[in-house]
Design a protein around this ligand. Structure first.
Ligand code: KG4
Ligand code: ZN
Length: 345
């Protein structure tokens, strides 16, 4: 039984968590997430404000996570921290703090790639969400379609050519006059939308695409966003049309995501689909994915909302895997705004 303290500060959530178990059976002992609401008034994350807020909260958040788990620092086997990718100033707060804590307590420190963390998140909610599986990671900053043959063995099938899926939700939210972040608001108002009023074309999705072409798995949302902008500009009564436009946008985006995931699942003969990232909170997406997967006899696993969005439990879970393999970092561990996922082909 291994016990890992995880720390996450890559964007606007300060989070710490204690996770215990093995890579095939990890359990969350505690999870503290402090979201920085201040960014809402700016309509997006302000990096300098994020760094300063992490500095203020990192110590009490970590102490609280240890206390909630009934643990001391001494009883921890290793400290895992997000070191890439993200806002470099924000990442530096977590990395510096984790290194200091580890050095002081004589514990190993493990740098974790934020997106690898998202891959592990769902397995904390669903024990069966283990490799091999097809993974769709959809957040505000990333959209990745991966084949996961085993933990640490990832094949990139496709990604977005422009906006991330969550970014598209947020930009469309702005166009429709909804609060930031727009994703949850679009899902809410789209429930009252008529799907036949605005039918946007499905981006990068044609029947004649072939698995050898990058277009087969890749995604693109900027054209869809432009189509929404034109629909908004052409609307005579946006209050009346907003739910219909939101519905048309969400239907097009979800249809595309489902089709690409099913292509990935079929190409590698997988029977499990694992979703992750903030957009995986979208119940309409999860239901559509389950409906689509039925035809392949595949099971869909989606994380609970607290593990879908940024959190330190997923970082601890990925750290547990690296620790079990005997991997760790030395004091030269640094923060990087961009970095490839380890084990990615
Ligand atoms: O993973 P996350 O918390 O942060 C990043 O690493 O980006 O994802 C945040 C994104 C935002 O773009 C937000 O609009 C989106 O997740 N999101 C949703 C929903 N809940 C959150 N998008 C669509 N539907 C939702 N219900
Ligand atoms: Zn994230």
């Amino acid at each position: 039984m291994t016990r890992i303290l995880g720390i996450e500060t890559s964007c606007d959530e300060t989070s710490a968590s204690v996770v215990e178990g093995t890579p095939e059976g990890a359990k969350v002992q505690s999870l503290v997430i402090l979201s920085q609401d201040v960014h809402a008034i700016f309509g997006g994350v302000v990096p300098e404000i994020a760094s300063r807020a992490h500095l203020t909260s990192i110590v009490p958040v970590t102490r609280r996570a240890l206390a909630d788990a009934g643990s001391t620092l001494d009883a921890i086997d290793a400290i895992a921290v997000t070191h890439a990718p993200g806002l470099v100033g924000a990442l530096l707060v977590g990395v510096s703090y984790a290194k200091g804590l580890a050095a002081g307590a004589g514990k190993p420190v493990i740098g974790v790639h934020h997106m690898e963390g998202h891959l592990f998140a769902t397995s904390l909610d669903h024990a069966e969400a283990q490799p091999p599986f097809t993974a769709l990671l959809v957040s505000g900053g990333h959209t990745l379609l991966l084949d996961v043959a085993a933990w640490g063995n990832y094949t990139l099938l496709g990604g977005t050519r422009d906006d991330a899926a969550g970014e598209a939700f947020d930009k469309v939210g702005k166009l429709l006059g909804l609060p930031y972040p727009g994703g949850p608001h679009i899902e809410r108002i789209a429930r009252d939308g008529d799907p036949s009023r605005f039918r946007f074309s499905r981006p990068m999705l044609r029947r004649d695409q072939h698995p050898d072409e990058p277009e087969y798995f890749d995604l693109s949302f900027s054209g869809l966003k432009t189509a929404v902008r034109l629909a908004v500009a052409g609307s005579e009564d946006l209050t009346r049309d907003a739910p219909h436009i939101a519905r048309g946008f969400q239907d097009a985006l979800i249809d595309t995501l489902v089709a690409k995931v099913l292509r990935g699942c079929r190409a590698h003969a997988r029977t499990r689909i694992v979703l992750g990232g903030g957009v995986a909170c979208n119940r309409t997406l999860v239901a559509a994915m389950q409906e689509g997967a039925r035809s392949l006899g595949a099971a869909v696993f989606a994380p609970s909302s607290r593990l879908a969005t940024d959190n330190a439990a997923m970082i601890a879970a990925a750290g547990l895997f690296h620790h079990a393999r005997g991997h760790g970092d030395d004091w030269s561990l640094n923060a990087w705004p961009q970095a490839p996922i380890p084990g990615l082909r």
